[in-house]
Ligand binder design. Structure first.
Ligand code: PLP
Length: 389
């Protein structure tokens, strides 16, 4: 991050936490495979198990319920495929229409393999109605999956109610908590949660770290087969340095969540007001109150999101047109589509996401450069300019 630039894309990946880097470097400087029986191996294994205990404690689950993965995508894939495969007698999946592709794509893939997928609609604010979920639950449902908070528009779901409905119906429930951890209070012990995905690089640990919290009594079929690590659910050599860094980042995220949320939601609200002052026709997407503290998602009618993004980048502001994983793909956002945002409006959307290192100076920079950027972007997409291209 450069001092003269405003990095406002923390939902894509956030600043590394120095303590997590230290933990990683310390563990990486030591040799030893945690599965080896000699002293070096046992020391590495101890580090893995201590990290597991710390994460379990922070998320209110048992250590045996934490399965280390290479990130959120792998955790989501393991939960979705593994839980569905474990119940071949149940052929239906309930999935919210606004999931990240890490859930959406394995669910669609299972649909191609013969499962029946019921997409759960959302309202104009991006919320899933727990009563709609309840009405769709039955004993042929292998899995219900609804993300804790959305990565594009930041809408927070009524997870406790949805999980409870699933528990009452005896249906396994997975939630992708990748964006929620550190911004909201994430409790893995909520009744009805079968599995929960988290990702290290969204909370200050290195990319390539993550975990799936999986209830001990859940039936699951592994996606990767091999050395039998992680109770045979996820084979592969333990990444001891990454796991140690993840534990430090989770502890920091949980310990600082309340203060962090208070501080960045104040900056977020300031940014929203400033944008609306500069651009009165802009539309803030997502929920007014049930929204991630660090998320600002805005549509600027008459502008193209990609043009805005490039002009802002040139002016020293780094943000996103939506999910980083789909940026560059010229498809309309499935999230905005599901919320009923008109395609012409959706095209001019930007996500500013704030994080631990965001400051007032970042907001000031946006406010300073936005009027000029909007002026140039709207001229770039006006029909007269287009014809001369
Ligand atoms: N789920 C959500 C909600 C995300 O925002 C992301 C990343 O953007 C992922 C899953 C994927 O996580 P990872 O990058 O660790 O694979």
């Amino acid at each position: 991050m450069q001092p003269d630039r405003a990095y406002l894309d923390h939902a894509a990946t956030t600043t590394l936490l120095p303590e997590a880097v230290d933990a990683w470097a310390q563990a990486a400087s030591r040799v030893g495979n945690p599965s080896s029986l000699h002293s070096a191996g046992r020391a590495a294994r101890r580090l893995v198990e201590e990290s597991r205990e710390a994460i379990a404690d922070d998320l209110h689950v048992r250590p045996s319920e934490v399965i280390f993965t290479s990130g959120g995508t792998e955790a989501d894939n393991l939960a979705v495929k593994g839980l569905v495969w474990a119940q071949p007698d149940r052929g239906r999946i309930l999935c919210s229409a606004i999931e990240h592709h890490a859930v959406l794509d394995p669910v669609s893939w299972l649909g191609d393999q013969g499962c029946k997928v019921d997409w759960l609609t959302v309202d104009e604010f991006g919320r899933v109605d727990p009563e709609t979920v309840r009405a769709r639950l039955s004993d042929d449902v292998a899995l219900c999956t609804v993300m804790w908070a959305n990565n594009e528009v930041g809408t927070v779901q009524p997870i406790a109610e949805i999980a409870r409905a699933c528990e009452e119906a005896g249906v396994p429930f997975h939630t992708d908590a990748v964006q929620a951890l550190g911004q909201l209070r994430v409790d893995g012990s909520l009744p009805g949660i079968t599995s929960l995905a988290l990702s290290g690089h969204k909370i200050g640990a290195p990319v390539g770290t993550g975990a799936l919290v999986l209830r001990r009594d859940a039936r699951i079929v592994p996606v990767t087969h091999g050395g039998g690590q992680e109770r045979d659910v996820r084979s592969g050599t333990f990444d001891a340095p990454g796991i140690a860094a993840l534990a430090v980042a989770v502890r920091h995220a949980v310990d600082h969540q309340a203060l962090h949320a208070e501080e960045i939601s104040a900056l977020r609200d300031e940014l929203i007001s400033a944008i609306l002052q500069v651009a009165p026709t802009a539309v803030v997407n997502g929920h007014v109150s049930e929204r991630l503290p660090g998320n600002v998602h805005v549509s600027f009618p008459g502008c193209e999101g990609d043009t805005l993004l490039m002009l802002l980048d040139a002016a020293g502001v780094e943000c996103s047109t939506g999910s980083a994983c789909t940026a560059g793909v010229p498809e309309p956002s499935h999230v905005l589509e599901a919320m009923g945002v008109a395609p012409a409006v959706a095209r001019g959307s930007l996500r500013f996401s704030l994080g631990r290192t965001s400051t007032q100076a970042d907001i000031d920079r946006v406010v300073e450069v936005l009027p000029g950027v909007l002026d140039r972007a709207s001229r770039a997409s006006s029909p007269r300019v287009r014809r001369t291209r």
